[in-house]
Write a protein that binds this ligand. Structure first.
Ligand code: AMP
Ligand code: MG
Length: 327
């Protein structure tokens, strides 16, 4: 199979909406990363997502909807969840809620809850509007590898494994959505830090919103698929500030351009160290470093408590650096 790359004309959006209704897989841009979308109520189509990505069946999918009304057909909302959806949708906040029967077990890995969000990317929204179906869509990459933020990234990983790819340019946010468990509204907690920050959620809800620690055994039930190693380049990645002369075979990734011009084997994540820019460039830079044939990639760590997007970026870097595959 060779993927057909579509430009975002109305004709191709209509064609892709039909393909989705019929159960085909389509890689689509969202504001976070590219997603591999399928009809969320079609169990067969959703099984094809797991095959194409080589994703284990126990890692549930996020369902993408146009709005709260569509989401309420799929999940049991409480008032807190409704308020959060009204405030943060469309946008990068995924809500975990009790699922309704309509949602096939393959989507939730057999679990009683479903993860759901309304993306803000205009092309994702146009497709959702045309297709009139909810779309299950995990990141459009082979399982465990760096998430894709351009159509080219999707082609590199899945170009021979999926039929359709909608090219919408680079993803504006660049890291995955925040996953918030609101099954118990009084005890909302973050299962995966993302573009909507703990601070923003805390201020809105008027209480501190904790982040569940994925190493905790109980967290494995709450947040299936939250693997210790994930988002990883093939080259071993080390969280260490590169300083002095680099050992041979080491690529250095800085948060901002290093002082010395023309430093060989140096990459940087932003021009000025702004976190939004770091998030947007993160996966592209890691992929470039990974393609450079290095022995190791050293990445300058940033403080997890740096506020804003720092928690999400730190989470991804930590998982990219984790050694063993597994939990
Ligand atoms: P991805 O779409 O690849 O960014 O991954 C989606 C992630 O959302 C999964 O790996 C899970 O960690 C999380 N997730 C999806 N569904 C649920 C659920 N029902 N409960 C908790 N976490 C979920
Ligand atoms: Mg993923």
């Amino acid at each position: 199979m060779q993927v057909h790359v579509h430009s975002p004309s109305l004709t191709s959006l209509r064609r892709l909406a039909k393909a989705l209704q019929r159960g085909a897989l389509v890689a689509i841009p969202t504001e976070t990363v590219y997603g591999l979308a399928a009809h969320a109520l079609d169990a067969k189509a959703c099984r094809a997502i797991f095959r194409a990505k080589r994703r284990p069946a126990n890692d549930p999918l996020i369902v993408h909807v146009l709005d709260l009304a569509q989401a309420e057909q799929l999940a049991e909302f409480n008032d807190t969840a409704r308020r959060l959806a009204r405030r943060f949708w469309p946008g990068p906040l995924t809500l975990v809620l009790p699922k309704k029967n309509l949602v096939p077990g393959v989507v939730t890995s057999g679990g009683p809850t479903v993860a759901i969000r309304a993306p803000s990317h205009p092309l994702a929204r146009r497709l959702l509007r045309l297709a009139k179906i909810p779309l299950a869509a995990p990141s459009a990459n082979l399982f465990g590898y760096i998430s894709p933020t351009t159509a080219e990234h999707v082609r590199e990983g899945l170009g021979r494994r999926i039929p359709h790819l909608l090219d919408g340019g680079a993803c504006p946010v660049g890291v995955e959505s925040t996953v918030l468990d609101v099954t118990n509204p009084g005890k909302a907690r973050i299962l995966r830090p993302g573009a909507v920050t703990a601070d923003q959620l805390g201020r809105f809800l008027g209480r501190k919103v904790p982040t569940a620690r994925s190493r905790h055994p109980q967290a494995q039930q709450l947040a299936p698929g939250m693997l210790e190693r994930h988002y990883s380049p093939r080259t071993p990645l080390v969280l260490r500030r590169p300083a002095g002369k680099l050992p041979t075979g080491v690529a250095a990734v800085f948060l901002r351009p290093p002082g010395k011009k023309n430093l060989p084997h140096a990459f940087w994540l932003s021009r000025r160290g702004a976190l939004k820019e770091v998030a947007r460039n993160l996966y592209e830079v890691l992929r470039r470093a990974d393609a450079g044939g290095y022995r190791q990639i050293w990445v300058e760590p940033l403080p997890a408590e740096g506020g804003g997007l720092a928690a999400a970026i730190h989470d991804r870097l930590k998982r990219a650096a984790a050694r063993k595959r597994g939990r």
